[in-house]
Design a protein. Structure first.
Length: 96
């Protein structure tokens, strides 16, 4: 399986995903937006050895904030919802 897949079939076992496609709405400018978020995973504290977060949801590592950040949100200024995902491709094999 490769390419963009619907979010409803994305794995929610804590494994990394290559990308999420996020559809959003900027309430300040009344604009629909869409963007790609890389290196994501489903966070669920109940999954053994999974990502440790306080709740369930899609997260990514935000290097600027040096912490995991939520992908989906409604902060009063904008909303964001993941609609599609892309799996991490297999690792390359050594040619030697």
């Amino acid at each position: 399986m490769s390419g963009w897949q619907p979010i409803d079939i994305a794995p929610k076992d804590g494994k990394d995903l290559l990308d999420l496609w996020v559809r959003g709405y900027d309430k300040g400018t009344d604009t629909l937006i869409g963007y790609r978020v890389t290196d994501c995973a489903w966070s669920n504290p109940a999954i053994p050895y999974g990502r440790r977060w306080r709740g369930k949801g899609w997260v990514f590592f935000n290097e600027r904030l040096e912490r995991f950040a939520w992908v989906e949100r409604d902060n009063g200024l904008s909303t964001a919802t993941a609609t599609h995902w892309m799996p991490v491709p297999p690792r390359p094999t050594d040619a030697s």
